[in-house]
Ligand binder design. Sequence first.
Ligand code: C5P
Length: 230
Amino acid sequence: MRVIALIPAAGQGIRLEGSQPKQFLLLGDKPLIAHTLTKFQLCPRIHEIVLVVPRDMEGYCQKEIVETHGFSKIKRIVPGGNRRQDSVRNALEAISSTCDLIVIHDGVRPFVSGETIEQSIELAEKCGAVIAAVPARDSVKRVTPEELIIEASLDRGKIWLAQTPQAFSFPIIKDAYQRAAEDGFTGTDDAALVERLGIEVKIVPGTTKNIKITTPDDLALAEFILRTEK
Ligand code: C5P
């Protein structure tokens, strides 16, 4: 079973201050994206990594990320698009059918565990579509968008917060992206594109440490987690 990791890292980082997109900011002694890529480089189940980067940064990433840190599994760097969904689609189009399973993981989630990656792959081999997620710990309310008035308290026992990795058989995810493009559908994660085709998506329990680094506060938290990981 040939497994390819697809790492979207083409966001422009407009939510963090500084000249560089957040995925290239230093976390400890190396760029944030290099921490994420190391997890996939070291995972024995991953044969190849396809990295998606901001358009015009392919050369920089080849030199400063791939060569500097010795990511031998990265054979292709693909330019991203406007939305994350466009970036993933560009990468899927660059991948040939010699792939059986795709594991999609946000470049800005450096604390994913090797165990979560492997469990996602194992379950996706059996059932075709899997995401890592954690159970909601806070109470969850549905509210009116303008006045922010609570409409309903949702049953927390049924609410899980989606993370990445999200692993799919190659034909399933390829078809889901094709159909979303045809229908003009935008989802907030990859699974949403698969769910709408009526395909069952299973959950692998993830870890709360697998945070998505979005704001300067997240970066400070990431520095803390990194120190505790060592
Ligand atoms: O936008 P968000 O923070 O959810 O991004 C999640 C991941 O998707 C990040 O690693 C980001 O770099 C990537 N992304 C992308 N192309 C975009 C927007 C986001 O590859 N146009």
